[in-house]
Design a protein around this ligand. Structure first.
Ligand code: TXA
Ligand code: MG
Length: 367
């Protein structure tokens, strides 16, 4: 039945509404119970779910996403009881995090229980768990009666899906069903914190910030690429899941970081050199950078440019919602290079935003 064998899976697509919620959820929970795969919206990004306790079902996720084996999946849960079913020796601080941030964009890595198959945890003795703040997955977990293994519903290496159309383009013919629930309200994946480490390590930044976490459980370490090249923390023993590339469009992405005006000046120089080479350039800009470079762009041959706006520098949450759609859109245009603006505020979602921009880019320039 796998696409690899040449036999395409028939993918059902449902637009979830108030009227059909119960009947659609009934139908797709039956797919999960029978070991199938269903993509659905969450508040962070779309997830691709299967019964997380059924190794054959979980294998289908790896095959559909072309995800490298050994990259651990996390589990979406519906209740505290679910957490205690799949994990053990849960530290008090992990319960405090659940009380404060769940349901919500925080994945908590805990010691795994034997009930969770090795394929789900990528062979690790730990497992990431999250209670999503979205009624579609919550109802699906409840109706299917099992925690869902649920990575982001994109082909491995592509930007995560913030819209059902992203899932449709990546996974049609590879999974059993797709639930369209509109745009993901956050647009970036959850924060991941490893609570088996002392002090706990943040493996991926997201909508729950380091400061938010520290205000509840005290000192945490950051273990992701949040620092400029050559200045990365060495957490070699804890970098599970970090060793695989993510968020990489096919088109080369160049990121220009720094203070607003400096970024704009650097960008103009960069665009001049691309123009002299006749390169077609995609631009992902803050509103301010777009204004500051408008005079320059107006003088150019506009055929060479595709420009998308990500919102104000001081509102990274707006850019977060638009980022993956922007990358996918520009990636389809057959451009030579995408230049991304890294002048957004680092507050709130800003840290996660810059992290995803860095992951997506192969060249980083500091203005
Ligand atoms: O917001 C989200 O977390 C979305 C939605 C669908 O829930 N899911 C998501 O899943 O982004 P995924 O698999 O694309 O990312 C989960 C991250 C990966 O970086 C994975 O390596 C890490 O969490 N992870 C999962 N289990 C882990 C473990 N036991 N130890 C370390 N890292 C783990
Ligand atoms: Mg992912």
């Amino acid at each position: 039945m796998q696409a690899e064998n040449g036999n395409k899976v028939k993918t059902l697509v449902f637009r979830v509404s108030e009227e059909n919620f119960d009947s659609v959820l009934e139908r797709v929970s039956a797919i999960i119970k029978h070991g199938g795969t269903v993509a659905f919206p969450t508040e962070t990004v779309y997830g691709l779910g299967a019964d997380g306790l059924n190794p054959e079902a979980v294998l289908k996720i790896f095959e559909a996403k072309k995800r490298p084996p050994g990259n651990p999946l996390s589990l979406l849960v519906h209740s505290r009881e679910d957490v205690e079913r799949v994990s053990r020796n849960i530290p008090q601080n992990a319960f405090r995090l659940m009380d404060t941030f769940w349901p919500g964009p925080l994945t908590i890595v805990l010691e795994k229980n034997d009930i969770v198959p090795d394929i789900t945890s990528g062979g690790l003795k730990s497992i990431g768990v999250r209670m999503p703040d979205h009624r579609v997955p919550l109802e699906l977990i409840k109706k299917a009666g099992t925690p869902l293994a649920a990575p982001s519903a994109n082909l491995s290496g592509k930007p995560s899906p913030s819209l059902a159309s992203h899932v449709i383009s990546d996974l049609t013919g590879r999974i059993d069903a797709i639930l369209d629930g509109g745009e993901a309200s956050i647009g970036l994946e959850s924060t991941v914190i490893d609570m088996t480490a002392k002090p706990p390590i943040v493996l991926r930044p997201g909508a729950v910030s380091l400061e938010d976490l520290e205000s509840v459980i005290g000192k945490v370490r950051s273990g992701y690429k949040n620092s400029e090249a050559g200045n990365e923390p060495d957490l070699s023993e804890k970098k599970a899941g970090q060793k695989y590339g993510h968020y990489i469009p096919d088109t080369k992405v160049v990121l220009v970081e720094g203070e607003g005006k400096l970024v704009s000046e650097k960008l103009v120089k960069l665009l001049e050199s691309y123009r002299s080479e006749g390169q077609k350039v995609g631009l992902l800009l803050s509103d301010e950078t777009s204004k500051e470079t408008a005079t320059f762009l107006a003088l150019q041959n506009l055929d060479l440019y595709e420009c998308l706006l990500l919102g104000p520098r001081e509102e990274p949450e707006v850019a977060a919602r638009k980022l993956f759609e922007g990358l996918r859109k520009l990636d389809r245009k057959g451009l030579d290079v995408i230049v991304a603006d890294g002048s957004f505020s680092r507050f709130g979602l800003g840290e996660a935003l810059i992290n995803r921009l860095r992951e997506a880019s192969s060249i980083k320039i500091v203005a």
